[in-house]
Design a protein around this ligand. Structure first.
Ligand code: IMP
Length: 192
């Protein structure tokens, strides 16, 4: 069975293709001329569904999409679904704004969340969700990864996502958790 990934991100395509190939599933990139739907959902799951449906309708193929972000307890869950748009500029600018908004806050608890949705042309949806808990550090540490990784401290490993090896991050991350649940559900569905 052929799937399309509702993203132009080549890294995501490779990560998903490596995993899904094991199920005899072929995954291809979204055509360049596919429309970019407005992500106006209120949750990660709603936004993943919006992207999956848009790609499925454009290509006629089952389409897989994900949506992810960082949720900080002391900030009422922000930046959440607005993580990529927390402020204009670079990842470093967004990290700096988050650290500024966290000044003086004792509760540093936060988690990364990831929702995955696959929309099939027959109206079926397969959805999954993953979380990875951590703490917002006082300053950036580590240069690996992307986004909020340098300020996301993982107590179990006593370092940030920016310092963890990609192998370990890919084992414990929100995306890994969501993908494991997703592949289980997809496997069950394909065997029905
Ligand atoms: P998207 O789901 O790829 O659109 O990601 C949304 C935003 O959430 C990213 O731009 C990052 O700011 C943040 N984010 C999601 N996953 C991660 C991660 O694994 N590390 C750091 N930041 C992340």
């Amino acid at each position: 069975m052929k799937f399309v990934l509702a993203s132009h991100n080549k890294k995501k395509l490779k990560e998903l293709a490596d995993i899904l190939n094991k199920f005899g599933v072929e995954i291809e990139a979204l055509p360049e001329n596919a429309p970019e739907p407005e992500e106006n959902g209120k949750t990660f799951a709603e936004n993943a569904k919006i992207k999956a449906v848009s790609a499925m309708e454009f290509t006629g193929l089952p389409a897989i999409a994900d949506d992810s972000g960082l949720c900080v307890e002391a900030l009422g869950g922000a930046p959440s679904i607005y993580s990529a748009r927390y402020c204009e500029g670079t990842d470093a600018d967004r990290n700096a704004l988050l650290l500024k908004n966290m000044q003086g806050k004792e509760n540093r608890k936060c988690y990364f969340a990831c929702a995955i949705c696959c929309a099939f042309p027959n109206g079926t949806f397969i959805e999954s969700f993953g979380k990875c808990e951590g703490e917002v550090l006082q300053s950036e540490q580590g240069t690996g990864g992307f986004g909020y990784d340098p300020i996301f401290y993982v107590p179990e490993y006593k370092c940030t996502f920016g310092e963890l090896s990609p192998q370990i991050k890919n084992e414990i991350s929100h995306r890994a958790v969501a993908l494991r649940e997703f592949t289980k559900k997809l496997n069950n569905y394909l065997q029905e």
